[in-house]
Design a protein around this ligand. Structure first.
Ligand code: NOJ
Length: 538
């Protein structure tokens, strides 16, 4: 298999508005990120993924771009961005930008022109129709919004304020490629491409049998032509790393995006775990890992993550954020860093930050949650019940400010934070984590070091020894005669894992564990709640 830096890398995602506020306006900013770069570097990560910071009315927290060539005021300005890039590189790290090319803001001058009249030269830059079909968007009951001025409907896969660009139009594509070159020529190290599987729309927009199953929005014929063109005209000319957000794909479909012979993207995020697996489902999770491994291994590269700015923090959603928070956070980290693919850390995950439950819808900011709340309440449902039903998966669970210390607002801002800080910041914060040698933070550091020193963790083949076990996940990675065994007890109780003969007959040596000692008798591994172990087998 071809060895590349981005397969070996560990990526740290910075949701900058919640990272560190340098000027007291309540929003994190690029200057704040610069001030915390040493913290990120010390963890050992290689790449920073920066959420969108382009000019934007901020209806969807930067995913509604109104000027691709400017930095939004809340984040800073272009001079600060340039300094950030310089400072990242100075520390031996790389920076990838989140880029949204499926849609813009409705305040983008292109859309303002497009909606101004039917014969405007930019009319065709967006998607206009006389009649809507029955599709739902990600955030609203219809993908179509009526525009009074010209009496037509425009298409939006997300919020009303996020009209989709018409990728069939060559001028649109050329403008996008030009803009991508602008950022790459600055020296950024790649892109996380937002909603990239949505670029192509199906011919004629046929009504869906079940409009609630929004798979019709993604992976339509033509999407690969666009990506191959993007690769040919832009991506292949730079030594960069690209990761595409690709919803609703099978490994077979996924390979079309990332196949090494395909000339499209390097890696993808599929959402069989985060979007499609609401709570921990061990057998299903193992099947997903196995299918994706078998589908991609040796042909294309995967990503590993259990949360991001759209998904509730992993220790709350998939682990135990109460009695075993520390153990559970470490177990999940072990999982993400030892399964095949490039691992991602979402800011705060490395100190075991948890989700939140605010009492009122007014304390939430997430447009997806707020729109859904309004839709359900308008149907006559009890508001309290609706709020409760939306809390666990609200995107604000992961967007609360980074918890730096136990001072007011967790040391995130001297002003009023744009989103409330999680009330548990007095116990869970960076200062505490750095002072405790057994913290989740230091465990991440060790995992990352292991990856740096052991190619088996990156390039080793994968084999699951526990397919039908609902609690224990035991698998090996193997490369050039080096064999590792990972054993995880993803459960609140003790369990004994009896090593299969093949693994029991060789010596083993513990490389990393999340308990201070190891309990085992012969081939029986006594695993405590949320215990994780990585062994080298001899
Ligand atoms: C995926 C992004 O991660 C999410 O935050 C955003 O709302 C949608 N794409 C729309 O751009």
């Amino acid at each position: 298999m071809k060895r590349t830096w981005w397969k070996e890398a560990v990526v740290y995602q910075v949701y900058w508005r919640s990272f560190f506020d340098s000027n007291g306006d309540g929003y994190g900013d690029l200057e704040g990120l610069i001030q915390k770069l040493d913290y990120i570097r010390d963890l050992g990560v290689d790449v920073i993924w920066l959420n969108p910071c382009y000019e934007s009315p901020d209806k969807d927290n930067g995913y509604d771009i109104s000027d691709y060539y400017r930095i939004m005021d809340k984040a800073g300005d272009m001079a600060t961005f340039d300094r950030l890039l310089h400072e990242v590189h100075k520390r031996g790290m790389k920076l990838i930008m989140d880029l949204v090319v499926n849609h813009t803001s409705d305040q983008h001058p292109w859309f303002i022109e497009s909606r101004s009249s039917k014969d405007n030269p930019k009319r065709d830059w967006y998607i206009w129709r006389d009649k809507p079909n029955n599709w739902r968007s990600y955030f609203t009951p219809s993908t179509w919004e009526y525009d009074e001025q010209t009496g037509q409907y425009y298409f939006h896969s997300f919020a009303v304020e996020q009209p989709d660009l018409n990728w069939e139009n060559e001028e649109v594509r050329e403008e996008i490629y030009k803009m991508m070159r602008f950022w790459l020529d600055k020296g950024i190290d790649g892109f996380r491409l937002d909603a990239i599987a949505l670029l192509a729309k199906p011919e004629g927009f046929p009504d869906a049998e079940n409009p609630y199953d929004i798979r019709y929005l993604t992976n339509n014929p033509g999407v690969h032509d666009y990506l191959q063109e993007m690769h040919e005209k832009v991506l292949k000319h730079y030594d960069i790393f690209t990761v595409g957000e690709v919803a609703f794909v099978s490994p077979e479909e996924g390979l079309k995006y990332v196949g090494e012979d395909r000339n499209e993207l390097h890696t993808l995020f599929h959402f069989e775990v985060c979007d499609e697996m609401p709570t921990w489902d061990p057998i299903r999770f193992k099947q997903i890992q196995k299918r994706w491994y078998e589908g991609l291994w040796g042909k294309g590269w995967n990503s590993q993550f259990l949360n991001n700015h759209d998904h509730t923090r992993q220790v709350t959603r998939y682990g135990n954020d109460k009695q075993f928070r520390v153990e559970s956070a470490k177990l999940l980290a072990t999982l993400v860093h030892t399964l095949p693919g490039t691992p991602y850390i979402y800011q705060g995950e490395e100190i075991g930050m948890t989700g939140v439950k605010f009492d009122s819808i007014d304390d939430y900011n997430d447009i997806a949650m707020k729109n859904k709340y309004a839709e359900e309440v308008a149907k006559g449902r009890d508001p309290k019940e609706v709020l409760e039903s939306l809390q666990l998966l609200s995107r604000d669970n992961s967007r609360t400010p980074m918890q730096w210390d136990d001072s007011e607002n967790a040391g995130f801002t001297t002003g009023t934070p744009w989103l409330k800080v999680n009330p548990n910041y007095k116990e869970i914060n960076v200062k505490q984590a750095l002072a405790d040698p057994n913290s989740v933070y230091y465990y991440y550091k060790k995992l990352i070091q292991l990856r740096k020193q052991n190619p088996v963790m990156v390039y080793g083949t994968f084999r699951d020894f526990s397919e039908h076990d609902p609690y224990i996940y035991a698998y090996t990675r193997e490369l050039d005669g080096v064999r590792w065994l990972i054993v995880l007890n993803h459960c609140d109780n003790d369990n004994v894992y009896e090593l299969p003969q093949e693994l029991a007959s060789v010596d083993r040596h513990l490389l990393l564990g999340n308990y201070t000692d190891v309990k085992e008798e012969g081939s029986a591994l006594h695993m405590r709640p949320h215990e994780a172990r990585i062994y080298a087998l001899q």
